[in-house]
Ligand binder design. Structure first.
Ligand code: GCW
Length: 719
């Protein structure tokens, strides 16, 4: 070959040389991908896992831990370690005090680990240099195995490893809003993962992968059914189906729970009333609980939505929430079951500000709930909006176990199409200072029980999981499942750290990828707030499906279902007055906050229109008028999505093509819809304010009537 030909050939090779991705990734493997590391890292990893040692007869849970380690090490290093009983150098040793009495010679802080914690450490054990995964229980070993794999995947130095971790919250749960017909209320990831029809006989292997994914995060409970579910879920056929799922999840430390429809005894025609104080009703629930526990000895308990949005409850019989919750709690108490009773209530009759109603109903009941009742409180007082101040019940019920309910599925943050990483939203809430004292406690300290010394602690996330191949409807929505689990384990974890470890495991551990994708994630929720509901606005979405903007909606049967109820925009101003001259919702907060929130000048901008109704020419801290500021926020939201889109384009060489293309397509939809939110909201607010658009602001391309005329008959997630 001539020199010229050679050079041309070389140039062609260089030009065509693209990174080769071994597998077209479809997202099924979640963050547990275990793809091959480069050969240097792979062989280093293999050195620390030359064999897996467990010295006793393994339980199903230990088998799951061992299988995961073999899968992980094999996948990443190409060398699948053998499982042996005897210690040897370079082994990964799984040990509890019971399975390996020699552990005590090491003087490890085993007591600190409690029942679910784990410890990872390089040690010399009976003359052998090994990596120890130690715990007091088998499930602790499983969590330790997942933690070790996570560290291996995210580039930790396995040679100098010494770490330990214990969950700070006792019940770390998913709440599925899955119906018995397999539709999912507010689900954007296909049908329910639970194929109820074919259960209990057919056990989809996917259930095992569901269990692995949850166990990798430390999630230890799952409510299989929707809080709006039918009473049939408590019939023998469904109990058998639930038992089959429980059998699959059990080795992974996950208990199953069901939702209990309060009127079940009546609806199933097995009682003439559902009055919680009627002995026949209490007896019905007791025998129902016995029946369930016979099939599922470690059944977790019931989650209940009562007297909320048309659901039956104790108030139908003149009783209160404590009467209802305690009656159910007594049915499951002999089996160590729990009742999670939701505080998401607002009445069809009351004219009180909806944001105040849960507090008004529950606060007086403080101290009246049985010890196995947890009151499950949404993060904010309205309903999972893109931004809400923390719920005033946190800190207000010192004698009650208060659990936190977060929404993982993005009902109000763009479904599964918009990229919105919820870690920053969860962190903002958990770090919020309730100011019951000069400083603190934070919401996290209420939720993890450290402030009020509560032992029943709980965090629940409304799942975003469905039968979609990528589980959560989009690749980035997997991160929301992930961060929920990580923060339920440790409410002090930061959104950024969790994002980084998720990216490293899910896409690539290369710093360029981790940095850029983390940045996209960290700015994403604020972008959504800005293009949907800036400056404390809330509940501006369209009716029913909650898809897209609908700030004009004013025709729904209940006042508090209408966006106009929440923004109260007119010629003179915008916002909901919750100050002392308005609904006085501010008084539900500790005095320090109440003072701050009472005055628009001290209220943080992000909550301004949540607490105040202000004139459009109100002068903001920035020097802009409120009208200008609202518009600037809408524009900033759209711009931020465009920025993320640009970042993603640049990452093309580093991300496998299938996933890159899918995310790119979704970002394009998001940009279009962010624009739509911005345009429709500005068109609407302009129509009520009568103000001209500030100089340089791009006018909405359509008329308000055109935005109003849009209809979406088949939007997903209506349940
Ligand atoms: O956010 C609202 C949803 C309903 C949901 C309800 C609740 C399950 O729009 O779909 O019902 O909250 O949390 O009970």
């Amino acid at each position: 070959m001539s020199f010229l030909k050679k050079s041309l050939a070389l140039m062609c090779v260089l030009f065509l040389a693209k990174p080769v991705f071994a597998i077209e990734e479809d997202g099924y493997d979640l963050w547990l991908r275990y793809r091959p590391l480069d050969s240097h890292s792979g062989s280093k990893l293999a050195q620390h896992a030359q064999a897996i040692v467990y010295a006793a007869e393994p339980s199903q849970t230990v088998n799951a831990a061992v299988a995961e380690l073999r899968r992980g090490v094999g996948g990443m290093s190409g060398r699948t370690p053998a499982t042996v009983r005897k210690l040897r150098d370079g082994a990964l040793v799984l040990a509890t005090p019971a399975s390996m009495p020699a552990l005590k010679d090491l003087n490890l802080p085993m007591v600190e680990l409690g029942t679910e914690g784990y410890l990872l450490r390089g040690v010399r054990l009976q003359g052998h240099r090994v990596t120890l995964i130690a715990a007091n229980s088998d499930v602790g070993l499983l969590y330790g195995a997942f933690a070790w794999l996570r560290l291996a995947r995210t580039g930790a130095d396995l040679a100098t490893l010494t770490t330990q971790s214990t969950p700070k919250v006792k019940l770390r749960m998913l709440n599925h809003w899955d119906n018995l017909d397999r539709t999912v209320e507010r689900g954007y990831a296909g049908e329910s993962i639970w194929d109820w029809w074919s259960l209990p006989d057919i056990r989809d292997p996917r259930y095992v992968d569901y269990a692995r994914a949850n166990a990798s995060l430390g999630i230890n409970g799952t409510v299989l059914t929707n809080v709006n579910s039918k009473a049939e879920v408590l019939t023998p056929a469904w109990i058998a189906k639930t038992a089959a799922v429980a059998d699959i999840l059990r080795p992974y430390g996950i208990k199953v729970y069901l939702t209990a429809r309060f009127s079940a005894p009546l609806e199933l025609k097995e009682a003439s009333t559902a009055d919680p104080l009627d002995p026949a009703v209490a007896a019905w629930w007791k025998s129902k609980a016995n029946e369930i526990y016979k099939a599922i000895p470690d059944f977790g308990g019931f989650l209940v939505k009562a007297n909320s949005e048309g659901q039956p409850g104790p108030q139908d019989y003149g009783r209160n929430h404590a009467d209802g919750a305690n009656m159910l709690a007594r049915a499951v108490a002999p089996h160590n079951g729990v009742v999670l009773w939701r505080a998401f209530v607002y009445s069809p009759e009351s004219r009180e500000d909806r944001a105040k109603q849960a507090f008004n109903e529950f606060k007086p009941l403080d101290g009246r709930f049985d010890s196995n009742v947890v009151i499950q409180v949404k993060n904010g007082a309205i309903d999972f909006q893109p931004r809400e101040p923390f719920h005033p019940l946190f800190g207000a019920m010192p004698k009650t176990a208060l659990g936190l309910e977060l929404q993982i599925t993005k009902e109000y943050l763009g479904f599964a199409t918009h990229l919105a990483y919820l870690g920053t939203m969860y962190e903002e809430l958990l770090k919020a200072d309730t100011r019951l004292r000069d400083v603190g406690p934070t919401v996290a300290e209420i939720v993890d029980g450290s402030f009020h010394h509560t032992s029943s602690t709980a965090m629940a996330g409304v799942a975003n999981i469905g039968s979609s191949r990528m589980w959560s409807g989009s690749h980035f929505d997997q991160a929301n499942w992930y961060v929920f689990g990580r923060m339920a384990w440790d409410p002090r974890a930061t959104a950024r750290d969790v994002a980084r470890e998720w990216v490293a495991q899910t896409f690539s551990a290369k710093p360029v990828v981790v940095d850029a994708v983390t940045e996209m994630m960290m700015t994403s929720r604020e972008a959504v707030v800005n293009y949907m509901t800036p400056l404390g606005l809330h509940h501006l979405m369209d009716t029913g499906h909650h898809y897209g903007p609908g700030p004009w909606v004013d025709n729904l049967q209940r006042a508090d279902w209408n966006p106009v109820y929440y923004h109260k925009a007119d010629r003179n101003g915008v916002g909901f007055d919750r100050g002392p001259g308005g609904s006085n919702a501010v008084a539900q907060y500790a005095p320090a906050w109440s003072r701050v929130f009472s005055d628009p000048h001290t209220t943080p901008d992000e909550y301004l229109l949540w607490f105040h109704h202000l004139p459009w020419d109100y002068s903001m801290r920035s020097g802009k008028t409120l009208w200008q500021e609202v518009i600037a926020h809408y524009d900033a939201g759209v711009l931020s999505v465009a920025d993320s889109q640009a970042r993603w384009v640049k990452l093309k060489p580093s991300i496998d093509p299938l996933r890159h293309a899918d995310v790119a397509a979704r970002l394009a939809v998001q940009l279009r819809e962010a624009q739509w939110w911005r345009d429709a909201c500005i068109a609407y607010f302009q129509s009520v304010s009568g103000l001209p658009l500030p100089n340089g602001v791009r006018p909405p391309p359509l008329t308000l009537d055109q935005y109003k005329a849009r209809r979406f008959s088949f939007a997903p997630g209506r349940g």
